[in-house]
Design a protein around this ligand. Structure first.
Ligand code: MG
Length: 289
């Protein structure tokens, strides 16, 4: 039997699984377009895609599917969970904390190329000055527990990744995204609380624009084993009281726009200038190693 024309059966989530099914022994969803019968060998060979035009169409369709797939599309859109009015907001630093910002001074921070940190400090917070560049701690750290609070601008401007974007880079390499994710669609692994480009937050715990939000983050740095291979680190992130990253592995590659790269024992905390006037306050950490 020679089949001309194919039709796809319903219930298959994507073209990739179908092509796998086809190659794995003809437990195939493809059926003859004229008779509806399952595909069979045709003229001594399996005629899954019998004509040149059909083959070209198949390749085109797969290509379009891949091109249309945005970054992070494998992750689901996080469900919105409204957080409680406060969680660790205003949490005083414990006795063994390293205080990075107490609301009065950027003395613990430097700007690009060792210049003074150029962000605004007023009313107990610091604010990104677009174009001044990110700021980086003078001190370097390995494994840490970090607390910080941030607020996206109360006046909404821009959309998607252009709305209230900043970020916290651990060791200057691995970013936990800061973004105004309140009713602001974007790709899942670019939302607030995402390990940028790697892991979407488990839920969308964003508060409204201008409201203070808390991050409590446990970071274990990737490191090199005795054989020279990278042993992944991990992120656990609590956003406004909700776990959004649960011991997620950090493979070791620096995330987008990171000011540093390479696996190291210690590195600084870096806060990103993405051009939006995001505010930070009450930043402290505890060393875990
Ligand atoms: Mg960012």
């Amino acid at each position: 039997m020679i089949c001309r024309g194919l039709r796809m059966q319903a219930g298959f989530p994507n073209i990739a699984s179908e092509s796998f099914e086809v190659s794995a022994g003809f437990r195939t969803p493809w059926r003859c377009g004229t008779t509806g019968e399952p595909m069979k060998p045709c003229n001594g060979r399996f005629s899954v895609i019998p004509t040149r035009v059909a083959r070209l169409g198949f390749v085109f369709l797969v290509g379009m599917c891949l091109l249309a797939r945005p970054v992070g599309a494998a992750a689901k859109e996080p469900v919105v969970v409204t957080p409680a009015a406060s969680f660790s907001h205003g949490a005083p630093p414990p006795a063994d904390a390293v205080i990075l910002f107490d609301g009065t001074s950027l003395a613990k921070w430097i700007g690009p190329e060792g210049k003074p940190a150029g962000w605004k400090v007023e009313n107990g917070y610091m604010e990104v000055v677009g174009g001044a560049g990110g700021i980086t701690t003078r001190e370097e750290f390995g494994d840490i527990q970090l607390h910080l609070e941030w607020a996206s601008p109360s006046v909404v401007a821009g959309k998607d990744q252009g709305r209230g974007n900043s970020g916290v880079y651990f060791q200057g390499r691995y970013e936990i995204q800061v973004l105004d994710s309140f009713e602001n669609p974007t790709y899942p692994d670019g939302q607030a609380g995402a390990f940028y480009g790697h892991a979407a937050p488990l839920v969308n715990a964003a508060r409204k624009p201008g409201e203070w939000q808390s991050y409590d983050i446990i970071f274990h740095a990737p490191r090199r084993g005795a054989d020279g291979k990278v042993v992944p680190g991990s992120f656990t992130v609590i956003h406004n009281g909700l776990v959004v990253q649960d011991h997620v592995p950090i493979p070791g590659g620096a995330t987008t726009a990171a000011p540093a790269s390479g696996v190291v024992e210690k590195g600084p905390i870096h806060l990103q200038d993405h051009g939006n006037p995001v505010r930070y306050r009450n930043i402290w950490l505890r060393r875990l190693s």
